[in-house]
Write a protein that binds this ligand. Structure first.
Ligand code: ZN
Length: 117
């Protein structure tokens, strides 16, 4: 009797594993499709301009941050007045590691900058 039950459990588990694999495959496929779609998507002129604008804004704030904190070798966490909107930009610089900057302006919700490198 015990054997019958455990065999049945084994069989059920196997079936579940198969179903999970199928499900994961479906998820993988959907993910791959989505990535491909994003890569193939033609960027409209409007989107391109918006991206350029945002990039310029980021560079303006980034330069202001670098003016205050020239490249060194320490981790920096500080704030500056936003050169774009007068808000407060909070930032971190990973100069101890790779020099990447993470920053967010207090007026980010109103269209100012936020980025991570
Ligand atoms: Zn700002």
């Amino acid at each position: 009797m015990d054997n019958i039950i455990s065999n049945h459990e084994l069989w059920a588990n196997e079936l579940l594993t198969k179903e999970n694999k199928k499900l994961n495959k479906l998820k993988d496929d959907a993910w791959t499709d989505w990535i491909e779609e994003q890569l193939n998507k033609e960027i409209s002129q409007e989107e391109k301009e918006l991206m350029d604008q945002m990039m310029k804004k980021v560079m303006t704030v980034r330069n202001a941050i670098r003016e205050k904190h020239p490249e060194g070798n320490e981790f920096v966490q500080d704030t500056i007045t936003c050169p774009l909107c007068g808000g407060l930009v909070s930032f971190m610089i990973s100069d101890h590691y790779n020099g990447h900057i993470h920053a967010v302006c207090s007026n980010y919700a109103d269209g100012c900058v936020k980025w991570m490198e």
